[in-house]
Write a protein that binds this ligand. Structure first.
Ligand SMILES: [Zn+2]
Length: 393
């Protein structure tokens, strides 16, 4: 199957796009939300349930899988698709973000990054080439270049040097794939075997919160000619308006005929604002992470089901929601489960939250096709308020 990105419709009032990515493991309608399967599992949700939620792609975290169970185990099972029994598309990240946020004793050089993992402190080294080798062994349908994600705030000089190195690392990833795409990945066994040549490789734009760095880096990455482009280093603690500007600056250089992926974002209103700014794909821990502290997403904002106001509440989490949690259970019961630390409670909220995010993307796609996306976005954002003092990082 030939990898492909096709634009189906564009919005006249914003940069919103409705598209479709064809991968070796199936199609992804965009705008798309990608549930995060950190350790080869979307926490608490089986692949069968993900399919029932109409998830079309999941993300596998290279760093976590590299540290545990390790590549030899995943190769033994014929790649990540077989290992986790998910036959749809998988996006693998480069591992860079977790190395910079989780691992200890990092030493970054032009060659790559040396670190001690956060589980048992074992030393390891990842270079742009090794990041590609690992993603090949995992069998990712969409793979990412290795980048350095700088913290916020970041000194201009450091950000400038780091951004230039990220461009050189991107070039090395591109080069590695050119040299190895016909042979790499052959050891993956089983029915999901696909050639690595059929996978997408996305370049990542960095540049912190500096306009010239975002613009220059976007152009440098685009000049390397990737299958798609990601905007990284956003939502690392900067105010929302700075995040939006970073995306807008980078977007100016991105070609219209390639998919765009805003990494690690965001809240429901942010996703619609980013779609309006020309973004096609998103991944975010919020729906699964917030579920674990009892927080559910609704059209009126988040609600924390631990609150006493829900003790006797016979309503579902959200009226007219089609998810299993809302069709079958009351807020009062789910609140009890969360308070009693019953696993079912966090599972039900996770299912609802994933449904909320995936359904929001489905609605956005329909609105773009019908030419009504801009009204839909404005109405949604006006209605949505964060009700609780829940930290949304
Ligand atoms: Zn629901």
């Amino acid at each position: 199957m030939q990898k492909e990105f096709e634009l189906v419709a564009t919005d006249r009032h914003s940069k919103a796009r409705r598209g479709c990515l064809t991968t070796a493991h199936g199609a992804i309608d965009t705008p798309a939300f990608i549930p995060i399967g950190t350790q080869g599992s979307v926490k608490g949700v089986s692949p069968r349930e993900l399919r029932e939620l109409n998830a079309q792609i999941v993300l596998g975290n290279t760093y976590h899988l590299f540290v545990r169970p390790g590549l030899d185990v995943i190769k033994h099972f014929g790649g990540l698709h077989n290992f986790m029994n998910w036959d749809g598309p998988i996006l693998t990240d480069s591992g860079g973000f977790q190395i910079f946020s989780l691992a200890k004793l990092r030493k970054i050089t032009e060659d790559g990054v040396e670190f001690q993992n956060h589980i048992d402190g074992t030393r390891a080294f990842i270079s742009p080439e090794i990041a590609m080798e690992i993603q090949t062994a995992l069998g990712g349908d969409i793979t990412m270049t290795l980048d350095e994600c700088v913290p916020y705030p970041c000194e201009y000089d450091y950000a400038a040097q780091s951004t230039e190195m990220t461009a050189r690392w991107a070039k090395r990833c591109r080069q590695w794939k050119r040299l190895n795409s016909e042979t790499a990945g052959r050891e993956l066994a089983g029915p999901s075997t696909r050639r690595f040549a059929d996978s997408f490789l996305f370049g990542i734009v960095q540049g912190a919160t500096f306009e010239n760095l975002r613009r220059e880096n976007a152009q440098a990455i685009v000049d390397l000619d990737f299958d798609g482009y990601a905007i990284g280093g956003v939502s690392v603690g900067e105010p929302e308006d700075e995040m939006m500007r970073a995306v807008e600056w980078a977007e100016l250089s991105l070609p219209g005929n390639k998919p765009r992926y805003a990494m690690g974002l965001g809240t429901p209103p942010q996703l619609l604002e980013l779609i309006a700014r020309g973004m096609d794909m998103f991944d975010c821990v919020l729906p699964t992470r917030l579920a674990r502290n009892g927080t559910a997403f609704t059209a009126k904002g988040t609600v924390n089901l631990k609150n006493a106001e829900f003790i006797l509440d016979k309503n579902p989490i959200e009226q007219n929601c089609a998810c299993d949690a809302c069709r079958e259970f009351s807020r009062g019961y789910i609140r009890h489960l969360i308070k009693a630390e019953e696993i079912l409670g966090l599972r039900l909220i996770t299912l609802h939250n994933l449904h909320f995010y995936l359904n929001l993307m489905s609605q956005a796609r329909t609105e773009i096709e019908q030419g009504t996306f801009d009204q839909f976005r404005k109405a949604f954002v006006a209605e949505y308020k964060t009700r609780d003092a829940v930290a949304i990082e």
